[in-house]
Write a protein that binds this ligand. Sequence first.
Ligand code: AMP
Length: 498
Amino acid sequence: MSFQDKSIICSDCGASFIFNVRDQEFFKLKGFRQEPKRCPDCRKKVNAERKPFNSVIPAAVPVPAMEDTTPIIEPTAPGAADFEGFGLNPDVMTGVKLSGYTVPTAIQSAALPHALAGKDVIGLAQTGTGKTAAFVLPMLQRLGTHKRGNIRCLVISPTRELAEQTNESIASLGRKTGIRGISLYGGVGMYQQVRNIRDGVDVAVACPGRLLDHIWQGSIDLSSVELLVIDEADRMFDMGFLPDIKQILKCLPETRQTLLFSATMPPDVRILIKTYLKDPVTVQIGHAAPASSVSHALYPVKKHLKPALLAALLRQTETESVVIFTRTKHGAEKVADNLARNGFDVTSLQGNLAQARRQAAIDKFKAGKVKIMVATDIAARGIDVLRISHVINYDMPDTTDAYTHRIGRTGRIDKTGEAFTFVCPEDGEMVRQVERILNKKIERRILPGFDYTLEAPKVDSTARPMMHHRFNNSPAPSPARRPYGGYAKKPAFSRSAA
Ligand code: AMP
């Protein structure tokens, strides 16, 4: 398919703006099916206005249920003290034990009794709380003995990493059940996926765009789906997947159980719940705000000092695995290159990487072979590594939701973690919003011994940086070590976050 710049009239301000070829390609790559309706300025305005209401659920003020009639299970609601109490079948119980789960997490205690009883459930929980098992176990229980051939359970995930992660959970918890799962996402060929579906699968974990591709080309039959899970619904809508989800829902049998998980409850999610869930039970765990096991600190810094501060901070801090977040894909590459040049063993994850490389980066990080991962928000979804001791926001996130999701990478289950955020003067408003959801002021820190007075290097417009080493006898700059190996690749879409 070829692309051309398109002029679009903004639905809010009426001004025309260009939907350029790069952005169109980016949209296609991400599987977005609609053109943008608003110009970038109006989009920003809408997001800024909406976020305070959409953002994380303040710990002290629980988000009200959809309707007054929808019961909320409080965090203290009685749940099974151990997994034996849920009446799971022996094969599933063995999977639970082999996965090392002994005590259910809060969201599992609250959601499992209802989900196992066949009720529609809304789970308000962020990643890192054990929410995956809260929907995987009811799936495995429902599938019972292995019947290969029909997709009876479907999970819709916002990103391929999360889809992979969920599929791994299904394989791990269901290892004694013989149940076959498949993950379906874009960026890899359709052919192998079609063959796998034909071979017979019981559970599909799919990203919306690729699932629709399969539906449209008739390579998937969803008429046997009994249980649908919509995971990270709020994130899915942030990514523009709402129209896709509605299309998918039309292809599913009406008599089914639906479980929806979301860290926050923005209006889009509420409308979807109202339309598609039947008499749902809402379960909510105490904190959808960042987990209390995470401590937060801000590092005020001038923009040009961020690379040096990051290297100094990493040298001075005792860490296990660290995830560093940047706002853009290009930024992730630059930060990773800079750390590699400073002698750190680092990998990066951003949307420009081919799937195989992304997976290789994740695998290395998961195995603890590389301790530092630089990522953008979307690329980092679903990274599930228990040893992450620190999250560093190299760039302040754009929304409080993003802050919560990033911080959800650390302080998981019974671990503690630290969240460091570099802040520039223009981040003031976002700092205030984050402090509001945390309900406390975040400590401002200065890194001891770091020279905050260094001026930004002056840009010499006459210099020819690429030729420099050939004329002044200085050694050629060593090529930036690519964190994922291979050639230095100019990002195709430098403006957009991965
Ligand atoms: P999730 O929020 O589903 O991404 O889960 C976060 C991490 O917690 C994953 O590594 C899970 O394997 C782990 N986990 C989930 N449930 C339990 C449990 N009951 N006990 C111990 N670990 C768990």
